[in-house]
Design a protein around this ligand. Sequence first.
Ligand SMILES: C[S@@+](CC[C@H](N)C(=O)[O-])C[C@H]1O[C@@H](n2cnc3c(N)ncnc32)[C@H](O)[C@@H]1O
Length: 463
Amino acid sequence: MDTSYNPETGLKQGNDRLTAYQIIAAYLETKQPLKTVINAHLDDSMPRIKRNFIYNLTKGTIKYLLFLDFGLSQFCKRKLEKMDPTVLILLRMAAYQLMFMQKVPAYSIVDQAVEMAKTLSHPKTANFVNAVLRRMSKIENLYQVFFSRIDALKLKPEKRFSLAYSYPLWLTSYWLDCYGIKETEKLCTTLNRNPFLFIRINEPCMNRSKAAGMLNLEEAESAELPPALAVSNFKVSSLKEMACCPWLQEGKLNIQDLSSQIAVKYFLQPQPGDSVLDLCAAPGGKALLANALMERKGTIVSVDISKKKVEEMKKHFRKIDAGPVDILCDDAAKLGALDQGMRFDRIFVDAPCSALGTISKNPDVKYNRKKQDLARLAAESMQILARARHFLKSGGKLTYYTCTLSPIENQQLIQAFLRAYPDFSVCGSIHRDLKKFTDRKYLEIKPYYFDSEGGFACTLKKD
Ligand SMILES: C[S@@+](CC[C@H](N)C(=O)[O-])C[C@H]1O[C@@H](n2cnc3c(N)ncnc32)[C@H](O)[C@@H]1O
């Protein structure tokens, strides 16, 4: 028996496009986070080049789903909703490759899709796939052609952005209401770009020149980062061979988005000797940064609701000898596990949010969220803040952070909190490094400020 063929699909084993197809089909069926589905289908022994191809193809196809469907609808007489779902996924994957993966020859994209249609669907549908894709593959600059066709339709901005950048209509409408046309378009395009990664140097265990030498990071940029973070970060477009660097495992270097670092460094501003309550804490990146800023002097109590994540965090913190951090499993809206008499100098709430600021890393967030989620999540965060305030010393500071761009969960929630608890006020003035981005005392971190995730940070002070 020829073992190089998969007995279930009849396709060659190790066929990367088949794996990508299975991931996309599983995601569309289960609506589980795409990251979870991808990880369930990829094994660590797979060569990096194969993994990257599968990542790019699956994430890219999902990222541009609505745009691809618009393009396909121009080439198929049959309505896409009536099409065999398998065939539709194969067409979407092929259209994505024709548009965005220029290094792959068009004939190979078409041939593979036709082969897969034969085995996964029906030989007759393979003829249809062949006909559609051959026509598409003859068009030069396919992406631009579809984009111009959408422009020519003269749609209202919410519909145009929804199709052209592939965001659900409720979200483009909401952002247009909040931010206007120019900023909404900028958000849509920036969040569709491949994300940058930030590698934070955990001083004093590591220093910049040693890390740069070891990681071979000549290309790493730091010029555009806020000054207080530029020296301790490398901004890179991918991890490549660095992923296996032991310093990442040992905690000497941490992969941590810049927006979280901004929240800790410029808003929480923990000082040596402080007591800090860190809510919604796992996997613990912000606790580690706070600990470093406090020079490991003081106490941090980290709380997360997930038992599994708490166990993993404890294990990791023990392994890297993280220092004075207590890790508890509890609901931050209850905090029954805390000594009720405890009072902290600073509290950090990393609120459970809609995560719209992370779309460049997790494109499925676009479709998995519904408008009603925003108000529900804001209500959950409000409960956490209302509970957290009991544990703050008079004169203490409470930092609220989200990785989302949704005023309901951010500015409006802070306003509601201040109305309910008049003994709190928004803290001081914004740090000079951030002044050019806001005229308020809080910061809405737009992803195009520093090529980071989007988010929101604000510090409140208790009388
Ligand atoms: C964005 S992550 C936090 C990241 C973390 N602060 C860090 O810097 O690594 C959100 C976390 O909030 C936790 N969470 C969600 N709801 C919670 C609640 N009610 N109480 C405590 N933790 C919660 C989740 O389990 C998840 O680990």
